[in-house]
Design a protein. Structure first.
Length: 555
């Protein structure tokens, strides 16, 4: 933790140096002593300290300064640091002004010039003031801080990115400015950048206005580029299948690089509770499972890149991965494990209100914000059930909209039983979301009854959608063969009419989990015909590494 600041302000250079000298000789072991030659310069410095979330314990300002008096400075400084102790340094002739300042700027003390000897005339006073400050101070948060609004899509993306990557951060709600002095002071210090939300503050004191997840990644310690431009095994996608492949690949001696565009864990990481995963009799959250897997993969030496991929090409025996930032990675073998993304709902209002009250997936970072509210969950499969159970801990009521007549066909029985036994969860069958409405954020939804077609408009602030998934494989173009829905074809699903895949140059047939390009394998939910279960994805990821070894032994 950075030392709290003692700041002295005086326009007389000789006096300023003398005060600084005396402060450092007595307090340098516990405090950081800063100086400024004018009120405006000191205010600029305070604004920088505010953005860094540094603590200011005491301000010692000379009264007679041109342009801005000590009293005027202390009044403005109190808007930024109201808890800092304020001391005025003044001549005997100005004692009346100092006494007025006690009432006008809530001055804590004034000192007369000269203050020699400091052991008698300076330190006893400051010791008392600092003791008062220490008794009431709240240690500042030292990690990443993000300033934004609950209802802005870009703010949600940053909030979700930090949460899913397990980056400790403090969320500051810009809409609380009028009722939270700390946020008001911070936004005043930002000036024009206060409207370029989200603004992210980093522990080193730097800030990033209009921040994006990609810009934040390297600043919070996430690796964005590989240590070398070549590796034995590259894995695209950091869900359960990709993480399993990374653990087994790296542990078996392959130089392994995993590339994930959002956060390790994939869609599974948004599951609040997975209760049927082997080895966890009390269940495990998707986030915890992802965190453990990431730690395990890194322990074996896997490089995990926070990047997005835009192109895959083949160059002789090598597979070439091109990132969106133009960088490239070459590898001997490649495993495609991109998983799936939530299917988009094509109804009025979705594009405008997504991230502003309407969310695809778990949105676990939003759970605390839903306290005391009614939340709607759209969908009837396991992901929707897990989300409903999670939100029931915070929301006043959770209402599930399910198109079918029951949950039995799409949801595990243990979840059905839990939902039935949770008083604040209601399931509405034969119901679907027809429209979302609102101004700057979601205010109302229209629900269509499957039996009658009637629309029921309901006020609501948050809706979470789980209506199935689809692969994000458009970027592959024609690099590997896919089915009509975009899922990647592998192994025995590749041959057509007894013929090998187009462009296949080897004498052998494509192997198990191998795509239409030799040495490129597909695992998990992105693969055509996969089980779409966490356990099966982990199994395929582990199995693919053994197949990679067989491939590498023959090239």
């Amino acid at each position: 933790m950075a030392k709290p600041v003692l700041m002295t302000i005086d326009d007389d250079p000789a006096v300023l140096r003398a005060v600084e000298r005396d402060l450092k000789s007595q307090y340098a072991d516990k405090y950081r002593v800063l100086r400024a030659e004018s009120g405006p310069a000191a205010l600029d410095l305070l604004k920088q300290l505010k953005q860094r979330n540094d603590a200011v314990a005491l301000l010692l300002a000379d009264h007679r300064m041109p342009g801005m008096t000590g009293m005027e400075f202390l009044a403005k400084a109190a808007e930024l640091y109201p808890d800092a102790r304020r001391v005025l340094l003044t001549a005997y002739a100005d004692t009346d002004a100092a006494i007025r300042a006690i009432n006008e700027v809530k001055l804590h003390h004034y000192l007369l010039k000269p203050w020699d000897p400091p052991s008698e005339n300076l330190y006893p006073v400051l010791d008392d003031e600092l003791e008062e400050w220490q008794a009431s101070v709240r240690p500042p948060f030292e990690g990443v801080r993000a300033l934004g609004t609950r209802w802005a899509r870009h703010c949600y993306e940053v909030r979700d990115f930090l949460a899913r990557n397990h980056v400790p951060f403090q969320w500051l709600d810009a809409e609380a400015r009028d009722r939270d002095p700390e946020i008001r002071q911070l936004m005043d210090a930002l000036g024009q950048d206060a409207v370029r939300l989200p603004v992210v503050f980093f522990p080193d004191g730097s800030t990033l206005a209009a921040a994006t997840p990609q810009e934040i990644a390297s600043r919070v310690g996430l690796q964005t580029h590989p240590q070398a431009d070549f590796c034995d095994l590259a894995i695209i996608g950091g869900g359960p299948a990709g993480l399993a492949a990374a653990v087994y690949g790296a542990s078996e001696g392959l130089h392994t690089v995993l590339i994930e565009r959002e956060a390790p864990g994939g869609q599974a990481a948004s599951s609040s509770r997975i209760e049927n995963y082997l080895g966890f009799p009390s269940g495990v959250s998707g986030g915890e499972l992802a965190r453990r897997a990431v730690s395990q993969a890194k322990r074996f030496g896997t490089e995990i890149l926070s990047q997005d991929v835009k192109r895959l090409t083949a160059d002789g025996p090598y597979r070439v991965i091109e990132m969106v930032d133009g960088s490239r990675l070459n590898c001997h073998a490649l495993i495609l494990a991109m998983g799936v993304q939530w299917r988009q709902l094509d109804i009025p209002g979705m594009d405008r209100l997504q991230g502003a009250g309407v969310y695809y997936g778990g949105g676990l970072s939003e759970a605390m914000a839903c306290q005391g509210e009614t939340v709607f969950v759209v969908g009837g499969a396991n992901s929707a059930g897990q989300a409903a159970m999670h939100f029931s801990r915070f929301a006043k009521q959770v209402i599930m909209l399910v198109r079918g007549e029951s949950l039995a066909a799409s949801m595990s029985q243990y979840l059905i039983d839990q939902i039935a036994g949770t008083e604040n969860i209601e399931v509405r069958y034969k119901a679907e979301l027809a429209e979302v409405l609102g101004g700057e954020h979601l205010e109302e939804i229209a629900i269509r009854c499957g039996d009658t077609g009637d629309l029921d408009r309901v006020p609501v602030a948050s809706v979470f959608i789980f209506i199935g998934a689809e692969p994000r494989t458009d970027w592959l173009d024609r690099a590997v063969a896919r089915d009509s829905r975009g899922f990647i074809l592998t192994g025995q699903d590749l041959p057509r009419d007894g013929k090998r895949p187009k462009g296949w140059v080897l004498e052998r047939e494509p192997g198990l989990l191998e795509t239409s390009v030799p040495g490129v394998f597909a695992v998990g939910d992105v693969r055509h015909g996969s089980m779409k279960r966490v356990a099966s994805s982990v199994g395929e990821g582990a199995m693919a590494v053994q197949l990679v070894h067989h491939y590498l032994a023959k090239v």
